[in-house]
Design a protein around this ligand. Structure first.
Ligand SMILES: Cc1cc2nc3c(=O)[nH]c(=O)nc-3n(C[C@H](O)[C@H](O)[C@H](O)COP(=O)(O)OP(=O)(O)OC[C@H]3O[C@@H](n4cnc5c(N)ncnc54)[C@H](O)[C@@H]3O)c2cc1C
Length: 494
């Protein structure tokens, strides 16, 4: 029977979490996904016998922490194996590789040893982060009868929601050099600290430093598969190779979807886990109100994309001297300059992240096979649309990166068996996200918190979830969006 309580379009983490939560709450739910695998960005691919995780580098708070709670809400927590990382990340800083300790007190001590003139200001910063954390938890667990008390405690949190990451750190009188070191992970959130909203830096920071940093056994695909299992075990369905071409309306309300191959499925509620641009622009193109919405959603600032070089090696990375799990290779000390050079395609002048998958999950590939990835911020305009030029640029950029790696790790080149470059065009082609954006809208102060796109759409009984919507991008943001909206839909459906 083609009739459901809810239909979800797109099996990215937002869509899958929404479907898993609705299924866990007892609603008959079906997901339709264009691709052959579930997960959107949270997926994998294989080349010459090597398995490559497309996106996961790390998440905070997998076991008893905030991410673990999201998995419980989806009934997926028992379906994955968390792998605790030794360090949240490591950083090549002024020629030396520094491991960031996973224990917060040790981290504070490291900072004080490195910046002895700023000891008092470092204490003030960490006291501020603790107030932010208390405020954030109070805000997140607000129930109506505790609202007043919760709001009082949430003061620092609310103040920081109006700040950039840079403003939040430098309010304690810390030097620029300290702030650059402390915020080095900014590239994972898509904008340099002077533009990145403080909430998008500090909420994951709390997860990473206070709740533990994790990888998942089997990588991002294992997480997506766990959500699919949770949906199916609760009686839901996940249809792959099923591109939705139209959202159907009845008396102004969303009532079903039509697939590209022609089949029609009906539901009491439709959830779109794809970009709002495609939801309004392609799936609702015959609907007048959607045209106005398309203009509104297209006028917001789109976030950055990433380029990632996936490398399969004929030896394990430690044999080449790569021992860290996640290493920020810092060539450019100034984050604004770093961002500008990356956005203008001068990749060898900026900073990269090196991820060592063998160190995070030794079982992802057979013993003796090495897998690493080099990641940096990028944008679609840096990549020509015409196929021959695009291919030539991919080869040239791959060569540049391999040249730099050879200098850092002599003998590296001779070990390369697979070198596959995923560019913003690749990200766009596989997920249909405009400009290959990986975190949806830019995570600025103006596009954060309640100012970010809401889940409730312009069409009755149609919801939007995923990185473009509240609370934001990344694994945790996308999953949170799906769960928050599933709870609202459940309350509406009764
Ligand atoms: C290289 C890389 C590294 C990253 N590293 C991290 C990290 O370490 N930690 C972290 O937290 N985040 C990371 N991210 C970001 C994170 O992966 C994304 O923000 C998040 O997965 C987005 O989820 P989403 O729900 O918005 O859906 P998306 O992943 O955008 O998926 C949307 C899905 O909808 C499908 N779809 C589109 N149109 C249709 C249609 N018409 N019909 C049916 N299906 C359709 C697509 O095929 C896709 O499967 C990374 C991303 C990349 C690319």
């Amino acid at each position: 029977m083609n009739q459901y309580d809810a239909i979800v379009i797109g099996a990215g983490l937002g869509g899958l979490s929404c479907a898993a939560r609705l299924s866990a709450l007892g609603y008959r739910t079906a997901v339709f996904e264009s691709h052959t695998l579930p997960g959107g960005f949270a997926t994998e691919f294989t080349r010459k016998g090597y398995t490559f995780d497309v996106s996961l580098h790390g998440v905070g708070g997998l076991e008893e922490g905030s991410f673990g709670r999201l998995l419980k809400d989806c009934n997926a927590d028992q379906r994955i194996v968390p792998l605790r990382k030794k360090h949240p990340y490591s950083i090549r800083w002024e020629g030396q590789n520094i491991d960031i300790p996973s224990d917060v007190q040790e981290y504070v001590q490291l900072l004080k040893n490195m910046f002895p003139a700023e000891v008092a200001a470092i204490d003030s910063l960490f006291a501020g982060i603790r107030r932010f954390e208390t405020g954030f938890s109070a805000f997140s667990s607000l129930t109506s009868w505790r609202r007043a008390a919760g709001l009082l405690k949430a003061g620092t949190f609310f103040r920081w929601t109006q700040m950039t990451t840079w403003e939040a750190v430098s309010q304690f009188g810390l030097s620029d050099r300290f702030t650059e070191f402390f915020t080095a992970l900014w590239a994972y959130y898509g904008l340099p600290p002077k533009r990145l909203a403080a909430v998008y830096f500090f909420i994951p920071w709390i997860g990473y430093h206070m709740e533990g940093t994790y990888y998942i056994e089997g990588g991002a695909q294992a997480l997506s598969n766990a959500l699919v299992d949770a949906i199916k075990s609760a009686g839901g369905e996940v249809h792959l190779r099923s591109q939705v071409s139209e959202i159907m309306l009845e008396r102004g309300k969303a009532a079903g979807v039509r697939l590209k191959k022609g089949d029609v499925y009906k539901a009491n509620w439709i959830v779109s886990g794809i970009s709002p641009h495609h939801t309004y622009g392609r799936l609702l193109e015959n609907y007048d109100a959607a045209r106005r919405e398309l203009e509104a959603v297209s006028s917001l600032e789109t976030g950055t994309s990433l380029t990632q070089l996936y490398l399969g090696l004929s030896c394990e990375p430690h044999k080449l001297g790569i021992t860290e799990e996640d290493l920020i290779l810092r060539n450019e000390p100034d984050s604004e300059t770093d961002y500008e050079v990356m956005m203008s395609g001068q990749y060898t002048k900026g900073n990269w992240m090196l991820t060592n998958y063998n160190a995070m999950d030794p079982k992802l590939n057979e013993p003796g096979k090495g897998v690493i990835a080099i990641t940096f911020l990028d944008r679609l305009e840096n990549w020509p649309a015409a196929r021959p030029e695009y291919k030539a640029k991919k080869e040239a950029v791959t060569e540049q990166i391999l040249g730099c790696l050879e200098q850092l790790y002599p003998g590296f080149r001779s070990k390369v068996v697979v070198a596959e470059l995923g560019t913003p065009r690749t990200m766009q082609r596989y997920t249909a996200n405009p400009d290959g954006a990986v975190y949806g809208y830019a995570q600025t102060v103006r596009q954060s918190g309640i100012k970010r796109l809401k889940h409730k759409s312009a069409v009755d009984r149609l919801s939007l979830v995923g990185a473009w919507t509240q609370p934001g991008g990344g694994f945790q943001g996308a999953m949170n969006s799906g769960i928050m909206e599933a709870d609202r839909i459940a309350a509406k459906l009764g």
